[in-house]
Design a protein around this ligand. Structure first.
Ligand SMILES: Cc1cc2nc3c(=O)[nH]c(=O)nc-3n(C[C@H](O)[C@H](O)[C@H](O)COP(=O)(O)OP(=O)(O)OC[C@H]3O[C@@H](n4cnc5c(N)ncnc54)[C@H](O)[C@@H]3O)c2cc1C
Length: 406
């Protein structure tokens, strides 16, 4: 019996696990699939932008994965792995428990680097965050306080951040909700970003993107600062390296991402930031039986960053695609095939919906990174129905275990 171990159970890990279970259905006696994850729930992370405004509760955007794992003959261990020892093909679990693998998939997502600026940590109680449920709920409380006693609001991303798209969405929803609550005229709204221009998104922009973002900023009366690097965070103001002082009553900043702790401790597989170094088949460049998918993969920016540093976003669609690719490649190794499926991260199509408050923008391109033969940003100025539909589709697809669907 050979063991396939998957670390992580969200977009990338869940997709890889279900795809492998389907592909190996006829070889059930020969292979055992085990998923290790601290969370038994699938969480639709993109909808966290709505939690601070009460439009979604965490329970609306998650579901229990265990029945699906049972149905698909996948063992589930609800624990946070501590380390991988790739020389001995072993995952170390808490209490030094050892889990042997023949093939390993790393899909452990990221950890936020709050140490980049003093005062950014949640326990400092100054800056809000929307990346994990607990902090998105805390941001909901801060928003309610703001509505009672309005003042300046700062939204943005720190230097070296990579998830600017979600921060843009939160910004436009902040504007919309302040209008709905009839206090928008009492709030000066700032957007600060390390991007060299609006709508760069860490993918070197999209045709017409900068103009469209500028139009939204003007339309919603949002002040913006690009190429922004934060020097200090104080209780009531943020000071930029340029010397500019921005007062705030409420602020939300997207921090930089690094590899999860488990991977930072697995030094033979990762770069200095804890991201798994792979080839275009998402196979470790050091160990042939180790693969990685989703946020855990190291992706270098395909362009030169001249001023304030920022990173490349790793969105849901490529996380899903890389989950499928690693499942296929492990299947190929198992069945003795030499040729692997290869698709560099930047060559995966871009498919994204950006919520812009009461509007939305569809981003579609044949490649995430340039050169692209086709790239378009299409606004829907009437509603944000597309983002809602995508959420419903993803939750439906995953709840039913249809991981083979796009
Ligand atoms: C606020 C926000 C909004 C976003 N909006 C969008 C959007 O609109 N569109 C889009 O395409 N993308 C969006 N993204 C990005 C998208 O959420 C990610 O691309 C996606 O979640 C990546 O999936 P993943 O499986 O790689 O990582 P994650 O979803 O982060 O999953 C990581 C998994 O690893 C597990 N794990 C962690 N530590 C361990 C451990 N020690 N051992 C075992 N398992 C572990 C976790 O429990 C989890 O199951 C957004 C992200 C954020 C933060």
């Amino acid at each position: 019996m050979k063991n396939i171990v998957i670390l992580g159970s969200n977009f990338a890990g869940f997709t890889a696990a279900l795809r492998l279970a389907r592909k190996l259905k006829r070889k059930r006696d020969e292979f055992k699939i085990t998923v290790v994850s601290p969370s038994r729930d699938f969480l639709y992370v993109p909808s966290l932008i709505w939690v601070p405004f009460g439009r979604r509760k965490i329970n609306d955007i998650k579901f229990d994965l265990r029945p699906l794992f049972i149905k698909n003959n996948i063992e589930f261990i609800q624990k946070a792995a501590e380390r991988v020892d790739p020389d001995n093909n072993v995952v170390i679990l808490p209490d030094n428990e050892k889990l042997k693998y023949d093939y390993l998939v790393v899909a452990t997502g990221v950890k936020m680097n709050f140490d980049i600026i003093k005062g950014l940590r949640p326990e400092d109680n100054m800056i809000q965050n929307i990346v994990i449920p607990k902090l998105a709920n805390k941001t909901l409380n801060a928003f309610e306080e703001l509505v009672k006693d309005p003042g300046p609001v700062i939204v943005g991303a720190t230097q070296s951040a990579s998830c600017m798209g979600a921060a843009y969405e939160y910004l436009f929803n902040m504007d919309k909700e302040l209008r709905t609550r009839k206090v928008r005229d009492k709030v000066t709204l700032y957007w600060i970003t390390p991007e060299p221009y609006l709508g760069n998104f860490g993918i070197d922009g999209m045709p017409g993107g900068e103009g469209m973002l500028k139009m939204f900023m003007k339309l919603y009366n949002i002040k913006w600062i690009v190429d922004a690097s934060i020097e200090t965070i104080e209780e009531d103001k943020i000071i930029l390296k340029s010397g500019e002082v921005l007062p705030y009553k409420m602020a939300m900043l997207m921090p930089p991402f690094e590899g999860a702790d488990v991977m930072k401790r697995s030094k033979k597989l990762v770069d200095a930031k804890g991201f798994v170094e792979t080839n275009a088949a998402y196979q470790s460049i050091y160990y042939d039986n180790v693969f990685a998918a989703g946020l855990a993969v190291k992706v270098a920016p395909p362009f030169e960053i001249k001023n304030t540093p920022f990173g490349v976003p790793k969105t849901g669609y490529p996380s899903d695609v890389t989950g499928k690719i690693v499942a296929e490649n492990i299947f190929r190794l198992i069945t003795g095939k030499k040729k692997m499926v290869e698709k560099e991260w930047g060559r995966i199509p871009a498919l994204c919906v950006m919520d812009a408050g009461r509007k939305e923008v569809y981003l579609v391109a044949n490649h995430l990174f340039k050169p692209r033969q086709f790239a378009i940003m299409l606004p829907n100025i009437f509603n944000d129905f597309g983002k809602v539909l995508l959420e419903k589709y993803f939750l439906w697809k995953n709840r039913h275990g249809y991981a083979w669907l796009p």
